[in-house]
Design a protein around this ligand. Sequence first.
Ligand code: NAP
Length: 244
Amino acid sequence: MEKTAFVTGGSRGIGRAVVRRLAAEGYAVGINYLQSRAAAEGLASEIRAQGGRALAVQADVADRAAVRTAIGRAEEALGPIALLVNNAGIAQNDLFQDTPEELWRRMFAVHADGAFHTIQAILPRMLHEKEGCIVNVSSIWGLRGAACETAYAASKAALIGLTRSLAAELAPSHIRVNCVAPGVIRTDMVEALGEETIASLAEQTPAGRLGTPEDVAKAVAFLAGPEADFITGQVLTVDGGFIL
Ligand code: NAP
């Protein structure tokens, strides 16, 4: 039976690759976006042209009411959400003492509150069905920490704490909650660092290359799939050995 997935930040980068992968695996997909309407609508059309089902829905994940509306629209069009992927994210690059309060709060609003909002919106139905799967996209910096990315790393670490705690709480209800922690993945977020930094990051990666959005999408699909049905509360690093 076709299942429905909802992917936040599905318009670009890792989220877009996750959407494509899940659609290829037969999921109907709700594609959340913030600003990239044309990209999200184009992706939904691409999936429909291939015989799949998809709907692009705008919402700032930091906005609780907007998230509820977007998830309601997706469920109405595509059916109850069986898989939630919390992928929406923003980057940071500044010293801790220069980090404006608004930026600190925005990092937590998008990464931690965003997951709080989406999960609370889909959970009643999953609890009723006694089935469901949640995959959160954290970061290796949420595991290890990183200079000039304190707010980013702290909010991504919060997502790992949320994952582990919620996994314990929801396991008796047959709902699994896991995390992927990508390393350096070539998306718009990383392109912004410039070619020199990108080349140096690739050199520092034991696997000898940077990751692709598809590398992360494969890990998300694994955690969402039946091969992982006894795996919950885990953080799967997808980084070519970067933090070993
Ligand atoms: P990206 O290319 O910049 O794409 C970010 C996506 O998130 C876009 O679809 C964007 O939507 C969406 N988004 C941002 N803020 C949002 C909000 N408030 N509400 C809803 N959607 C929002 O980034 P990416 O590299 O694919 O990153 C995806 C996730 O992976 C992020 O959580 C990031 O922290 C994490 N990650 C990335 C890397 C990496 O190296 N790239 C490494 C570790 C972790 P619009 O385009 O519509 O604005």
